[in-house]
Design a protein around this ligand. Structure first.
Ligand SMILES: Cc1cc2nc3c(=O)[nH]c(=O)nc-3n(C[C@H](O)[C@H](O)[C@H](O)COP(=O)(O)OP(=O)(O)OC[C@H]3O[C@@H](n4cnc5c(N)ncnc54)[C@H](O)[C@@H]3O)c2cc1C
Length: 351
């Protein structure tokens, strides 16, 4: 049995872990949770998410299998936030940590199987693994997953995509464990995909995806995947602690170009920096807090709005609770950076 604490949400403009939050003195709710998987209190997320920043999960569950996950979710009260995490390649986890139950699917959920022209992939499988399995089976159409450094679960949730294709083009159906513990098969249409968005409710966990390939030529597929890898290496800060594209491309425009035009290339706040290589990427150059990264993003948004009149929409999901410092000081005023540290332009690197 584990005791889980939760309480009503504090306000936030971004996605909350299951729409809930934890107050400084939570009203405890004890739950009879006895998963067969691994349940860890106060578990570090910064150990594995891409930015390597942010506070811990109040509870982290690695379910043993699908049935274990379903039974556990059924036992967790509706008011407790539930947040599935992949490898955090699209996340800023705030410094106060993630309240409630965070779920990370272990290797048992990473199997990939070919079924004719279909690819059945566990949600913990990485995009590159699935793209490679499709290539080996001479199935094309999944090459774009080579460039997306997240799990299939995250890709289904985010409608991840690149080079003019996204999950909406290849998903046949997803197997989902709902927040209240039902195991369901969702046809792709039910996810109501749009650009980097799905209708999957927060707290529902994707455990498997059935993807559509089409017969192709193995060498041609391999060459396209190599091209994608090389292009990514040349244009993105792949070896840095980052979170992918910070903002969605506004219709008919490019976020990176608007950010560049607003003079934000290389802008720094404490250990956080706007990438010199690709201005729509924020970096943890070492020692950044999540508050610094998020505040720098807010500053970039404000500057772009002032310069071009376009209000950028966050693509990176910001989850969890702000640290006390950030919540007391407020957000996003370039004159008074709330994430701690002072603003600076750095010179150097190539455009
Ligand atoms: C260098 C770099 C390049 C990138 N390039 C691209 C790109 O070209 N195109 C693109 O679309 N994205 C890109 N991204 C962003 C990111 O890789 C994708 O959004 C990816 O799909 C996120 O997967 P993840 O497993 O890391 O999910 P996370 O970041 O861990 O989570 C993202 C969201 O998915 C949810 N989620 C994760 N797993 C599950 C699950 N099993 N069930 C339900 N919900 C789940 C989380 O709750 C969260 O809401 C890039 C990121 C980086 C760092």
């Amino acid at each position: 049995m584990a005791a889980i604490s939760s309480s009503p949400a504090r306000g936030s403009d971004s996605q909350q872990a299951s729409g809930g939050g934890v107050s400084p003195s939570p009203a405890s709710t004890s739950l009879p949770i006895t998963p067969r998987g691994l349940l860890t209190p106060n578990a570090s997320l910064a150990d594995f998410i891409w930015f390597r920043t942010g506070g811990p999960a109040e509870w982290l569950l690695k379910p043993h299998d699908e049935a274990d996950l379903a039974q556990t979710l059924a036992a967790v009260p509706a008011e407790t936030p539930v947040f599935p995490v992949g490898v955090g390649s699209n996340l800023i986890v705030r410094d106060g940590g993630v309240p409630g139950l965070t779920i990370r699917l272990p290797k048992a959920f990473a199997r990939v199987a070919i079924e004719g022209n279909l690819i059945r992939a566990g949600a913990a499988a990485m995009g590159i693994t699935v793209a490679s399995a499709a290539r080996d089976a001479a199935l094309s159409g999944l090459e774009f997953l080579r460039g997306i450094p997240g799990t299939i679960g995250g890709a289904v949730r985010m409608n991840a995509g690149a080079y003019g294709r996204d999950m909406a083009d290849i998903l046949v159906e997803a197997r989902v464990v709902t927040r209240d513990g039902r195991i369901e098969t969702w046809p792709a249409a039910k996810l109501a995909y749009s650009y980097r968005h799905s209708a999957l409710p927060v707290g529902h966990v994707v455990v498997e995806a059935l993807l559509r390939g089409r017969p192709g030529n193995r060498e041609t597929i391999a060459a396209e995947m190599d091209r994608i890898a090389a292009e990514r290496e040349a244009s993105q800060p792949l070896r840095s602690r980052t979170g992918g594209s910070t903002f969605k491309n506004p219709p008919g425009d490019k976020a990176w170009a608007l950010i560049d035009a607003a003079g934000c290339r290389g802008l720094r706040l404490g250990g956080a920096q706007v990438s010199e290589k690709h201005t729509n990427f924020l970096l943890n150059t070492g020692g950044a807090t999540s508050a610094q990264i998020e505040t720098l993003g807010d500053i970039v948004r404000d500057r772009v709005a002032a310069h071009s009149g376009v209000t950028l929409e966050w693509e990176i999901q910001r989850v969890g609770l702000p640290s006390l410092t950030r919540s007391v000081q407020g957000r996003g005023d370039p004159a008074q950076p709330s994430g701690g540290g002072s603003l600076a332009r750095s010179e150097g690197d190539t455009p």
